[in-house]
Ligand binder design. Structure first.
Ligand SMILES: [Zn+2]
Length: 423
């Protein structure tokens, strides 16, 4: 089982099944309805967990909720906690509509505060962090490995969180003293305040998966500074932390990365309302997880046609696939989880059992279910059969038109007829 790791800059081999495999995938900062791009790491993580399980692994998936952050203070001044609670519900509801349901733990920052504070205190004690005016910063200069994940040279690291009182402009905040416009805070040895973003994930990941675990995921935009800082904090405590860093390519809207400033975002809920879960999942399947993916009406219409093509297979008799069909499917997914290659194989299959099993890996087994025509349509089809037997073709054609007007297509076969929904 091989997977590309940003840290290794190449494919790495996962341990043999059953593992165990701990997977931590960065979740959303909850301040608004999440856009469709935010769904990509979630969907990829759920699929990969399903595939690992299919291959005999024991997998635990953690997906966090960042419910304390500058963006939330800005989005809901004076009511940040209520907004975070509401937006958490939205995210759970929206991602729940994919029907994948693979996350074992959804830790929240507000519920992990003791562990976060203890983590920071340990870094201060070890000399990797220092307090200044109620803020605590990580001492980048003391961590020689800094920049290893993102490839930034230590002397060229961009300045993070400007503050003239820091020892070094590269140092980043672990704890931030409470400011007048921030309506939530927690008590610590350094006074009232709240954690920085990066420390939250280090603490929550280790709390649920231990100091060493297999896979850390998230969007490619998180490599620097978020994941570089997570890795530094955890390794500075002598913990190996995540071994494989799985960064998914970004979702772009009609060729551009979705951007709130341009106003071209579509939310997860809107995309699912417009296209449905099966088409949206098919859309994600068409691109390799490491590649960017373009979200547009054209691409979604293409995904819809693919979904219809797969449904159509189940409306026709099953035909056996080549003997090693499943082995080929396993091979492309075991090798860096190539869903486009898997999908290409699936499009060639006419074997119902095999195709249903493959679709189920991606939460798409529903495509194999036949919609049952209502009894009145069956009555029309039976009437048409009788008319045809009586060689009354005018009447048979009339009935066919009525069936079509009701949204169904009648297909004659050796056993009589079948009704399929009209395209
Ligand atoms: Zn994170």
């Amino acid at each position: 089982m091989r997977l590309y790791s940003t840290l290794a800059r190449g494919l790495v081999e996962l341990p043999k099944p059953p593992g165990p495999i701990g997977m931590y995938v960065c979740g959303p900062t909850v301040y608004a309805r999440a856009h469709i791009g935010n769904a990509r790491p979630y969907v990829i993580a759920c699929w990969y967990k399903r595939w690992l399980r299919e291959r005999g692994y024991d997998v635990t998936l953690v997906h966090n909720i960042t419910d304390v952050n500058d963006k939330i203070y800005e989005a809901a001044p004076g009511a940040s906690a209520e907004r975070a609670r509401e937006a958490t519900e939205w995210y759970l509801e929206d991602t729940g509509r994919f029907g994948l349901d693979e996350v074992d733990h959804w830790p929240k920052v507000t519920e992990s505060m003791d562990g976060i504070v203890a983590f920071i205190a340990d870094l201060v004690e070890r000399g990797h962090a220092y307090e200044v005016g109620g803020d605590v910063y990580f001492r980048v200069s003391r961590w020689a490995e800094y920049g290893r994940l993102s490839g930034q040279k230590p002397d060229q690291v961009e300045e993070q969180e400007p503050n003239p009182r820091k020892e070094d402009p590269r140092d980043f905040a672990l704890w931030k003293a409470n400011k007048p416009d921030e309506d939530t805070s927690w008590m610590s040895a350094w006074g009232e305040g709240r954690p920085g973003w990066h420390i939250e994930c280090s603490a929550m990941a280790e709390q649920l998966l231990g100091p060493v675990f297999e896979i850390h995921g998230g969007g490619l935009d998180l490599v620097f500074p978020h994941h570089e800082n997570e890795l530094a904090q955890s390794r500075a405590r002598g913990h190996e932390f995540a071994k494989v860093w799985m960064h998914n390519g970004m979702l772009r809207f009609t060729g551009e990365k979705m951007s709130k400033s341009v106003g071209n975002v579509e939310t997860i809920a809107e995309a699912l309302d417009r296209w449905g879960r099966e088409t949206t999942l098919l859309f994600f399947l068409t691109a390799h997880w490491r590649s960017p993916i373009d979200f547009s009406d054209g691409r979604m219409a293409e995904a819809e046609a693919r979904a219809d093509g797969l449904r159509e297979v189940f409306r026709n008799p099953s035909e056996p696939a080549v003997v090693d069909a499943w082995e080929r499917f396993e091979a492309v997914l075991d090798d860096d989880f190539s869903t486009p290659a898997a999908l290409a194989l699936m499009h060639d299959w006419r074997d119902h059992d095999l195709l249903r099993r493959a679709l189920d890996v991606f939460g798409l087994a529903g495509l194999a279910e036949q919609e049952e025509a209502p009894s009145e349509v069956h009555a029309l089809a039976a009437g048409r059969q009788e008319a045809r037997s009586a060689r009354d073709f005018v009447r048979a054609d009339e009935l066919r038109e009525q069936i079509e007007a009701a949204g169904w297509e009648v297909r004659d076969d050796s056993g009589g007829y079948r009704l399929v929904p009209r395209q």
